[in-house]
Design a protein around this ligand. Structure first.
Ligand code: PSU
Ligand code: MN
Length: 302
C-alpha cells in the first residue's frame, strides 16, 4: 500500500535527511502552472541543501512518498478534479485504486509510514471561524495530536480562528515552535497578534527539540512556525479585508465540508491579485529550506 520512490527508499534506509511535501497545495492551493513550477522549485531548494525531497500523494491507490515529475504534472493540471484527500478519504482512494492530493494530515500519515520525520508545507489547517457552531476543525490538528512528524509552515491563514487553533494545539499537547520569532505568523503576514511559547533560532535547536519530544515517548507532531521572509510580508490589516470578503462569499455560496478551504484559498487569490500568490510561493520555498536544514541536523543527531 505504501510506495516509496527508489531515491526516497535509499535515503531513508541509509539515514540521509528527507523532507516530505504535500500535494493538496498543488491541486487545490495554487493555480496552474504556478502550482507545478512551485512544486518543482521546492524540491530543488531541498536538494540544494543536501536533503532528498519526497512529494507525497495517492497514485493509483498507492500511498506514495516521492512522486515523479509526470505524476506532479498530472496533479497540477488536474487541479480541483483531483480528489482532496485527508485522513478519512485515504481508504476510499486506496480501495478503488484512485489518485488523490494529500493534505497536511494525510501527508503526515504517509511520511510516518515511510519513516520521514520532517515535512514542509505552506500553511496548516485549523479551527475555522465560527467553529463553535459549524464544528469545522481541520483533521490536520487531530493528526498533529497523534502522528510524530514535524511540520514546517508559515502559521495559519486568518481565514481560520488563529486563537482557537493555538488553544486546540495546546490541549492536544502539540509543541508550537516560533522559528527565529516569538510571534505566531499568519501565513501572508509575519505576525498575527498571538505569541508562541517557544522560540528557537537554529536548525540544531529545532532538531534537539524534536529529539526531546519523541525521546520522551510523545507520539505528537510538532509545529515549526516559520514567518514569510520580510520582502514578501503582507500587512495583516490589508489581508484581513480580503479574507472577510472571501468568508462572506463562502457563506453566500453555502460552501460546506472539505470544499471550504479550497474555496477560500481560491477566492483570496482572486481578490488580492498577484501579490498573495507571490507571497505564497516564496513562503513555501523558505519553509522547504528550513525543513531541509532541520532534517540535516536531525539525521546527524541520530
Ligand atoms: N492552508 C493554506 N494552503 C493550503 C491548505 C491550507 O494556506 O493549501 C491545504 C493544506 O493541504 C491543508 C488543507 O492540509 O488545506 C486543510 O484543509 P481542511 O481545512 O479541509 O482540513
Ligand atoms: Mn473542514
Amino acid at each position: 500500500m505504501l510506495s516509496c520512490s527508489a531515491e526516497v527508499k535509499e535515503a531513508i534506509a541509509s539515514g540521509k535527511p528527507v523532507v516530505a511535501l504535500e500535494s493538496t497545495i498543488i491541486s487545490h492551493g495554487m493555480p496552474y502552472p504556478q502550482n507545478l513550477e512551485t512544486a518543482l522549485r521546492v524540491e530543488q531548494v531541498i536538494r540544494t541543501e543536501g536533503a532528498v525531497p519526497a512529494t507525497c500523494a495517492v497514485i493509483r491507490g498507492g500511498l506514495t512518498a516521492g512522486i515523479s515529475v509526470s505524476e506532479m504534472e498530472l496533479l497540477a493540471q488536474g487541479g480541483p478534479q483531483i480528489p482532496k484527500a485527508s485522513r478519512r478519504d485515504l481508504p476510499f482512494l486506496v480501495a478503488s485504486g484512485s489518485n488523490g492530493a494529500t493534505t497536511v494530515a494525510s501527508t503526515m500519515i504517509i511520511a510516518h509510514l515511510a519513516g520521514i520525520r520532517v515535512f514542509a508545507t505552506g500553511g496548516i489547517g485549523g479551527v475555522h471561524r465560527g467553529a463553535t457552531t459549524t464544528m469545522d476543525v481541520s483533521a490536520d490538528l487531530q493528526e498533529l495530536a497523534q502522528t510524530p512528524v514535524a511540520v514546517v509552515c508559515a502559521g495559519v491563514k486568518s481565514i481560520l480562528d488563529i486563537g482557537l487553533t493555538l488553544e486546540y494545539l495546546e490541549t492536544f499537547g502539540v509543541p508550537v515552535v516560533g522559528y527565529q520569532t516569538s510571534d505566531f505568523p499568519a501565513f501572508f503576514s509575519r505576525d498575527s497578534g498571538f505569541k508562541v511559547d517557544g522560540r528557537l533560532d537554529t536548525p540544531l535547536e529545532v532538531a534537539k527539540l524534536l529529539q526531546a519530544t519523541w525521546g520522551m515517548g510523545s507520539r505528537s507532531g510538532v509545529v515549526i512556525a516559520n514567518p514569510v521572509p520580510q520582502p514578501y510580508h503582507q500587512p495583516y490589516e490589508k489581508m484581513e479585508g480580503i479574507i472577510e470578503q472571501a468568508l462572506e462569499d463562502a457563506n453566500k455560496a453555502e460552501v460546506k465540508g472539505k470544499a471550504v478551504t479550497p474555496f477560500l484559498l481560491a477566492r483570496i487569490e482572486q481578490l488580492s491579485g498577484g501579490d498573495s500568490l507571490k507571497t505564497n510561493v516564496e513562503l513555501v520555498c523558505h519553509n522547504a529550506l528550513v525543513a531541509a536544514q532541520v532534517a540535516l541536523q536531525l539525521s546527524q543527531l541520530s
